[in-house]
Design a protein around this ligand. Structure first.
Ligand SMILES: C[S@@+](CC[C@H](N)C(=O)[O-])C[C@H]1O[C@@H](n2cnc3c(N)ncnc32)[C@H](O)[C@@H]1O
Length: 363
């Protein structure tokens, strides 16, 4: 009997895992097909200006594939050990995909032209650019209107999914295990509802959605500089059950919160898009608003020090996309910056193309 019931639970799990792997592989192939087709089309329609990119060797490609498989394995294992529900593994913005995927193609022509002509500070007339820091007024990835229009906010997640072959959420989910672990310190003294978590530069709200699944009771907060991305985040987050996260437009260099307010702070894919001095200012602010004993987690691109073998990929990324601060970012010592702010017990992890810095504010 025991053997039978073990088999009964094993079978659905094996099937679910296989379905998850197939789902992710499908997204990966889709991203690849999209990139091949778009590069062929761009050569016909708007022949790309020759850039100094390094060919990626089969050994590097094999390393990337291995890292991708490891990411999926960890993603599956974290769901299995209850860090988040298995259903999260299959979460996909299907509605956005059907609504906006055609617009991704339509927008591509503009992106190619901007890329060829190296125009990267271009905003449509209806975008109000006043009051933003100059480092922010860029067409990062040559995207139309930078981060400052509804069109950009509607296309962003699809564009990121294509770029990372469907692995953006699995990479974002790697903050959840250390976050939950870090918040354990408050479990005995506070009801879950009083745990406050801030996602800095929350963009369209995907990370907050993942945190909500892993910590359904916590009070969530998100800030971003882009009103359009916050509108999009509000749309996404108001569809899910539970308390609505509080979203606020703010520059992360001056977080509009009290000292020691948050038990946990996360920040995903922001630091590579900032000048070095701004990185330090934002880390200092995160330190200020973290409670003693609280945790701060950064997820961003891999760097030279942890992945020297992938240097050609990092160099090509910098060369192909408009990422003006990336070259300096990959050699920046983020551990030193965190220590300078006052954080302690800093550990790092690498998952696929992302690096994670997990830091604690001393009691
Ligand atoms: C690459 S996106 C990452 C968004 C989101 N965290 C994600 O996981 O997709 C960078 C985000 O940082 C925001 N941002 C850039 N500089 C900022 C700053 N100084 N303060 C607040 N948000 C900023 C942008 O508006 C954008 O939403």
């Amino acid at each position: 009997m025991i053997i039978k019931s073990t088999q009964a639970t094993l079978m659905p799990d094996t099937l679910t895992k296989l379905t998850y792997q197939t789902f992710q592989q499908g997204k990966n192939y889709f991203g690849l097909a999209h990139k091949i087709l778009s590069s062929r089309l761009s050569s016909l329609v708007s022949p790309p200006v020759k850039r100094q990119t390094t060919p990626i060797s089969p050994e590097i490609l094999e390393k990337i594939r291995k890292r991708f498989d490891e990411l999926l394995e960890t993603d599956w294992e974290d769901a299995e050990r209850g860090i988040y529900p298995q259903s999260l593994l299959f979460d996909n913005p299907w509605e956005d995909f059907f609504l906006y995927y055609p617009a991704v193609w339509l927008d591509m022509l503009q992106i190619w032209e901007r890329n060829n002509q190296k125009r990267y500070q271009e905003f449509s007339q209806k975008v109000d650019t006043s009051g933003y820091p100059s480092y922010y007024l860029q067409n990062f990835h040559y995207q139309t209107d930078g981060y400052l229009s509804d069109l950009s906010a509607n296309l962003y997640d699809l564009q990121v999914e294509i770029l990372f072959g469907g692995s953006a959420d699995p990479m974002r989910r790697r903050i959840l295990a250390p976050l939950k672990q870090g918040l354990e310190a408050f479990k005995t003294v506070l009801p879950s509802r009083q745990i406050r978590i801030l996602d800095v530069a929350c963009g369209t709200g995907r990370t907050l959605k993942l945190i909500r699944s892993a910590l359904p009771q916590a009070s969530l907060f998100g800030t971003d500089l882009s009103p359009a991305y916050l509108r999009k985040a509000n749309q996404l987050l108001s569809q899910i059950p539970g308390e609505l996260p509080q979203l606020l437009q703010a520059n992360a260099e001056e977080l509009p919160y009290l000292d020691n307010y948050f038990h946990g702070i996360t920040c995903v894919f922001l630091f590579h898009e900032l000048p070095a001095a701004v990185r330090q200012r934002i880390i200092d602010q995160c330190f200020r608003v973290t409670q003693p004993g609280g945790i701060f987690i950064i997820c961003d691109s891999i760097q030279m020090s942890d992945s020297p073998e992938l240097l050609p990929v990092m160099e090509n990324f910098h060369e192909t996309f408009h990422e003006p601060y990336y070259k300096q970012y990959i050699t920046d010592d983020l551990v030193e910056r965190l220590e300078k702010a006052g954080f302690q017990k800093i550990t790092t992890e690498i998952h696929f193309m992302s690096k994670y810095l997990i830091a604690h504010k001393p009691n």
